[in-house]
Write a protein that binds this ligand. Structure first.
Ligand code: GDD
Ligand code: MG
Length: 364
């Protein structure tokens, strides 16, 4: 089977992290975001993955060659000279997607869940129509694509409304599709939106179905959602009894859902958790309190720092008795001085912060 991952866009909503790495390579749960997807695709029997990009492929190429080798699959880049939206890239990659008659998966690169690719394939085959989109329920549907069903059919879609202004329903497009190759006949090679153009056309012909997602789902393309998604992912690992998690029997683990890379060093009398990920080569001092936060590789947290709802970027240092909270995000190589307070700060790479940030702000 084949898959195309939409990796365009500049990831501006995930700045300052995306000033250093393309969004798909930012580590989520100590693993590049896109690797969660590639692993699940390989597991479901996908052999060919196309990455549709219009942003810094040179950095991606090296890492992706590594993943291709690891999973024994082909990964190719399809590079747009102008952004082709969410449907145009499918047409651009037509050759790979039509290499056989089997349907192909399409993924938005910033969504995270327990990817149900095998069940999705079985469901798609059973209904026999051209397309299936995975849907999930959310409380605030206005920033997503919303699906409305036919009255007398459990899965056939009657309307697809992208970013509805008025409430039409709460089952939204999770950004995962399985499409027959015939859908490519409906797409022109130009900037075009699958949500605005292709899906409505499929709906008119009664060719689009929905598949309900089980478990958690999140679009992790912005810091607040990245943190929420991390909590959901860690809870799911806990539920599965995953061995990846740091055992609750460790004296510093508090409240569970803690994922610590084996190479990280933890000081004395720390309290870590719930919902914390600590990347490779991170060094934590003594008496540190961490909750609901992400520490990326090679960052340092000095003694007695207190960190909550924060992403600490690669190689950054948080000073002694510092306090970070309220969706603070530190870019690469940031230094937070001793005893500094940061409330919702977004700090650009290589900055040193010597004064308190009392109200949410971008520090450049
Ligand atoms: N290759 C390529 N070229 N990819 C693109 C382009 C482009 O020009 N524009 C956007 N993408 C990619 C993004 O990188 C992302 O992976 C995906 O297409 C969707 O774009 P977003 O910008 O993240 O869209 P969204 O989050 O506002 O909405 C989409 O996702 C929601 C679920 O998270 C829509 O598909 C909604 O219907 C959906 O509910
Ligand atoms: Mg998105």
């Amino acid at each position: 089977m084949k898959a195309l991952i939409l990796v365009g866009g500049f990831g501006t909503r995930l700045r300052p992290l995306t000033l250093t790495l393309p969004k798909p390579l930012v580590e989520f749960g100590n693993k590049p975001m896109i690797l969660h997807q590639i692993e699940a695709l390989a597991e479901a029997g996908v052999t060919d993955v196309v990455l549709a990009v219009n942003y810094r492929p040179e950095i991606m190429e090296g890492r992706l060659a590594e993943f291709a080798e690891k999973f024994g699959i082909n990964i190719t880049f399809s590079i747009e000279t102008e952004p082709l939206g969410t449907a145009g890239p499918l047409k651009l990659a037509e050759k790979v997607l039509r290499k056989d008659d089997s349907p192909f998966f399409v993924l938005n690169s910033d969504v995270i869940c327990d990817f149900p690719f095998k069940d999705l394939a079985a469901f798609h085959k059973a209904h026999g129509d051209e397309g299936t989109i995975v849907v999930t329920k959310v409380e605030e549907p206005s920033k997503y694509g919303v699906v409305v069903h036919k009255k007398n059919h459990p899965s056939r879609i009657d309307r697809f409304v992208e970013k509805p202004v008025e409430f039409v329903g709460n089952r939204i497009n999770a950004g995962l599709y399985l499409l027959n190759t015939s859908v490519l006949d409906r797409i022109e090679l130009r900037p075009t939106s699958i949500e605005q153009e292709t899906f409505p056309a499929l709906v008119v012909d009664n060719q689009l179905h929905s598949f309900d997602l089980e478990g958690y789902w999140m679009d992790v393309g912005q810091p607040k959602d990245f943190l929420t998604g991390t909590c959901l992912y860690l809870s799911s690992l806990t539920k599965q009894g995953s061995k990846l998690l740091t055992p609750a029997s460790e004296p510093y683990v508090y409240g569970g859902n803690v994922l610590i890379d084996p190479s990280a060093k933890i000081g004395k009398n720390c309290r870590i958790g719930p919902n914390v990920t600590i990347g490779p080569n991170v060094v934590i001092g003594d008496g540190v309190r961490l909750q609901r936060c992400v520490l990326l590789s090679a960052s340092k947290v000095r003694d007695h720092a207190w960190i909550k709802s924060t992403i600490v970027g690669w190689n950054s240092t948080v000073g002694r008795w510092a306090r970070l909270e309220n969706v603070t995000v530190l870019g690469d190589d940031v230094t937070i001085g001793d005893e500094i307070y940061v409330n919702g700060g977004s700090v650009l790479p290589h900055k040193t912060i010597k004064a308190n940030v009392d109200v949410p702000a971008i520090i450049m």
